[in-house]
Design a protein around this ligand. Structure first.
Ligand SMILES: [Zn+2]
Length: 369
């Protein structure tokens, strides 16, 4: 496939991405399901989580590829899924015995409205607590940063955010500050990294249908695609749980062989509270090998500024169109317009899928012995 055509898998908006995903899955003869959420998109369109499952695969192994847990990050997830649906060899030969499940637009509201969070300003990757008692609290230092991170007024042309942030950086260090901000909080519903006060609809849909999508597969390789963390165009795999030693060896071998490093809960610079991966990995009766694939875009500081400003706009001008400069900026931050970035990330995600398929094939061979 040519370099340019890899970038062509990116769609300009949620509605186009959804249509292309559904059309490609239908052409393949995959089983399609659409799960609506009670919200509409910018053009009044229906918002759904769309799931495509490969046909005739009753195997013991399943590959799941999800995107858009963080709404606006769904452009890459959608492009990768479309590229997989167009890949003749992968779909028809390698995966004959592997069930493939593609979950498109996990957070369709955020995807359509160019937000990281969902219709309730919830960060879905902070919403997967298993104990209801955990939907409480915030890191103590977050409360001190709230007025800085989540200003109580409409965006102004000039703000002194960098100056105001400097004392916090001096006090906590950059890594410490990042941990305080991004671990997740449940006390500031309009703030950044709000994990919600209860399970959200996207989580409920996923939890209710996962067993049906995966069928009887005992081994699951799940790649959850994200953008915005790490160096420009580079990928790293993050596991917000502790795999067993055997699982860790398998994951590291599978993805190391395609040139991507994997960090588990012991080595992550911070651990999200209520993370999606930890919930998936705890599924009973399955060897569930989850990895969040993060593709770097802009610097951590640029991401924080963009997120903060978009959240401020949403809070004080919720009717702002998706063409607003602040919205265009957040889209660029999570889905750079650079052809090179787009080509490189889709190509790398394709290699990750190859690694996952090889890992599943090995597991299948071991099971057959
Ligand atoms: Zn993300």
């Amino acid at each position: 496939m040519s370099q340019t055509s890899l970038a062509d898998f990116f769609s300009p908006d949620y509605a186009t991405a959804r249509r292309r995903f559904r059309e490609a899955a239908t052409r393949r003869g995959w089983k399609l399901s659409a799960y609506p959420i009670a919200e509409l998109g910018p053009a009044g369109e229906e918002l759904t989580i769309d799931v495509a499952v490969s046909p005739g695969s009753s195997g013991e192994q399943a590959l799941a590829v999800s995107g858009g847990v963080h709404g606006v990050e769904g452009f890459l997830g959608s492009a990768v899924q479309l590229s997989l649906l167009e890949r003749e060899r992968l779909v028809d030969t390698d995966l004959a015995n592997i069930r493939v499940v593609l979950i498109h637009g996990f957070n369709p509201y955020g995807f359509a409205w160019l937000r990281r969070t969902n219709e309730n300003n919830v960060d879905l990757n902070r919403n997967f607590h298993r104990d209801p008692a955990d939907f409480l609290g915030a890191p103590p230092a977050y409360a001190q940063l709230d007025s800085l991170l989540n200003p109580s007024g409409a965006p102004r042309r000039w703000e002194l955010f960098p100056l105001k942030l400097a004392p916090a950086v001096l006090r906590h260090g950059f890594d410490g500050l990042r941990r305080i901000i991004v671990e997740g909080q449940h006390e500031f519903p309009q703030g950044l990294f709000f994990g919600g006060s209860e399970p959200q609809l996207s989580r409920t849909i996923f939890a209710e249908h996962l067993d049906q999508w995966l069928g009887g597969a005992s081994d699951v390789a799940h790649l959850d695609l994200h953008t915005g963390l790490g160096r420009w165009g580079e990928c790293q795999l993050l596991c917000d749980y502790l795999p067993s030693p055997l699982q860790r060896r398998r994951l590291q071998r599978a993805y190391g062989a395609v040139g991507v490093d994997l960090l588990d809960a012991e080595h992550l610079p911070y651990l999200p509270r209520g993370g999606f991966g930890a919930w998936c990995a705890a599924r009973p009766n399955r060897n569930y090998l989850y990895a969040c694939a993060e593709f770097g875009t802009y610097s951590g500081y640029q991401m924080l500024c963009g997120m903060r400003r978009e959240n401020q706009l949403h809070r004080f001008a919720s009717d702002a169109p998706v063409t607003h400069p602040v919205k265009r900026r957040i889209k660029e931050l999570y889905c750079p317009s650079s052809i090179e970035w787009r080509r490189r990330t889709v190509e790398c995600a394709g290699r990750l899928v190859d690694g996952a398929v090889r890992m599943l094939a090995e597991l299948g061979d071991e099971g057959a012995r």
